[in-house]
Design a protein around this ligand. Sequence first.
Ligand code: UDP
Ligand code: MG
Length: 323
Amino acid sequence: MSAARTGTTLSVIVPMYNEEEALPALVARLRPVLDGTGASYEVLAVDDGSTDGTADLLEKHRTEWPELRIIRLRGNSGHQAALRAGLHRSRGAYVASLDADLQDPPEKVPEMLDLARAENLDIVYGVRSDRSTDTGFKRRTAGAYYWLMRRLVGKQVPAQAGDFRLLSREAVEALKALPDQQQVYRLLVPWLGFPSGQVTYRRGERVAGETKYPLSKMIRLAVDGITNFSAAPLRIATWLGVVSFVACILLICASLVVFLLGRTVPGWTSLFVAMLFLGGVQLICVGLLGEYIGRIYTAVQRRPTYFVGYDSADAGADDDRAE
Ligand code: UDP
Ligand code: MG
């Protein structure tokens, strides 16, 4: 459905997983901001299989907020899949996305919209000017992550830009057309290469509840990002193999020399070390191969990363093919 037909100017995607505690504060802050823009809008609350009271609370809010649209996924599919569901079902001429915990200030959305319209930009990133509210561990790991990603994807990945951003319909359609399954939007969006701008903001504290991003999900996002954009780890595996092979040849020569000189030593230590070293290198390489083969397997299966159980607009997406 084109934006022209529905007349919606702005879609705001809010993925949420067990956010019943943060939801009242989110509605109270987001609604006046969006009403204040004077533009026609829809808020796509993507309920990522919440098991708490999020679903009921959303329904309650919808009775008094007609612009609120609820999209419920069957089961917890993850933040990026929830974003994908929102992108595929959005109708606005511009599509913004922000976290449900108010760490991304909604007040910046109209600013992003104005900038995109004034300068005819397709992407406006929300860039964190201050991460003092995140833990030291999160800041350090995030710093390393963005450093690596800038090298893999290219310089255009803005440092400290998460999933708080505004996209034009054209950019959304470009993303929708990509066949990738495990999409990491904060890397794919810069990779598109559309004209972009930035709005800086102070990342606030999570307003209520706990983080829904445990270390395991952070690691998965990082591994997805690296393997989606680079085969470098496979190359590292090859080099590890080459280095250990050369080391082995040298060791074989050395042991032959020792043997020919008739000075055979017990040699248990060297044998043991070589065995452990080779075993380790082989396991790492097999693991790396498995990581890529696993991804090829999922890509070949082309299974959707999520299922929409319910959409309050119930119009469905215009193109569910890649969902
Ligand atoms: N989220 C989600 N599905 C998940 C995990 C998180 O939709 O499986 C949502 C969550 O509700 C929030 C956003 O993704 O709106 C970011 O998560 P969170 O604030 O917990 O991450 P953090 O800010 O701690 O990195
Ligand atoms: Mg958060």
